[in-house]
Design a protein around this ligand. Structure first.
Ligand SMILES: [Mn+2]
Length: 330
């Protein structure tokens, strides 16, 4: 921890005006990490802006610093990013998933500092604060905060809590351990309302989204004696609504909860010839490796990749690889 504190101090000591960026299609760990680091930098008297490739998804509209979230606009942000003291890259370690924010930072060659907990095979940024054993990237900021001797404020706790519950599936995935729960207790002790956060995050699903999820679940295919479940969501099914496509990932949890299912694959048509593929494993199979073979990444039990091609092509390629993974070792 001492080295983290020293290195972090070095990063922020000579600079001001930081930009925080997360990956395309923001998730809870990304958003929560940005909230935590934004407030942490402000506690240290630094200026920070949150500039993401995509807008904040509506389910996060309840967070305390909602107005700090900006979505990339060339006219507004090109200079902001190119002249930033440093770019903090959160919960992702590839340039390819940072959109125009990443491209602009790269051209301006500003220092890049990555906070992440994903499996990383290549280091591409200048500095890494990385721990593969952390339940969520957001958890890293409490460690840093403790090391710096700063108080865990309710604002920071809100971000870390959103990060933790998102990546652990509200403390049910196998990345939940005693440390995760101790941390959660500390966060709740700051006075945040965990039940309200649960309602805000998970109990505001649109009826149209749930109908799409039901359609995707009902049309799921089961193979290999029910060990593999897969389904697709097309633009047509979603009426071309990107939010519905995004939120249809609820079907992953439903399919994984079926007795005997080891692996779930969801293929979503996110744009013309663009497919987003998500894998979930119930425990034994490492889906990170398979996502990596398609240029994606993630964790052992939850991973994703973006493929170029139409629904049929992507489905064929993905299922071929996934079936191969499921063949029992002899
Ligand atoms: Mn994460």
């Amino acid at each position: 921890m001492d080295t983290w504190v020293r290195r972090f101090r070095q990063v922020i000591d000579q600079r001001d005006d930081f930009v925080l960026v997360g990956h395309v299609s923001l998730d809870g760990d990304c958003v929560g990490s940005q909230i935590a680091l934004y407030h942490l930098l402000r506690l240290l008297g630094r200026r920070a802006r949150i500039v993401n490739p995509d807008p904040l998804p509506p389910r996060f509209d309840f967070v305390s610093c909602v107005s700090a979230f900006e979505a990339w606009e060339a006219a507004r942000h090109t200079r902001v990013v190119a002249e930033a003291g440093a770019l903090f890259v959160l919960d992702v370690s590839e340039w390819g998933r940072l959109g125009e924010v990443g491209r602009t930072a790269r051209e301006g060659s500003i220092p890049t500092i990555c906070f992440d907990h994903h499996v990383i095979d290549q280091r591409v940024f200048d500095e890494y604060f990385w721990d593969e054993t952390a339940s969520a990237t957001g958890a890293l900021f409490v460690r840093l905060l403790d090391g710096l001797g700063l108080p865990l404020t309710r604002e920071i706790a809100e971000g870390v809590f959103i990060a933790l519950v998102s990546d652990t599936g509200w403390f049910v995935h196998d990345n939940t351990n005693a440390e995760t729960l101790h941390l959660a207790a500390r966060l709740v002790e700051t006075g945040l309302d965990s039940a309200a956060i649960h309602r805000a995050l998970y109990q505001r699903v649109k009826r149209s989204t749930m109908q799409l999820v039901a359609e995707a679940a009902a049309s799921a295919h089961f193979e290999q004696s029910g060990r593999l479940a897969w389904t697709t969501v097309t633009q047509e099914m979603a009426g071309g609504d990107p939010v519905r496509v995004e939120e249809s990932d609820l079907v992953l949890g439903l399919l994984r909860s079926i007795d005997g299912v080891d692996v779930v694959v969801l293929l979503r048509e996110v744009g013309p010839l663009q497919m987003k593929v998500s894998w979930r494993s119930s425990g034994e199979l490492d889906v990170q490796a398979i996502a990596a073979s398609f240029g994606g990444g993630g964790h052992r039990l939850a991973a994703g990749a973006t493929l170029t091609g139409d629904v049929e092509q992507a489905t064929r390629a993905v299922l071929e690889q996934t079936r191969a993974l499921l063949v029992p070792a002899s």
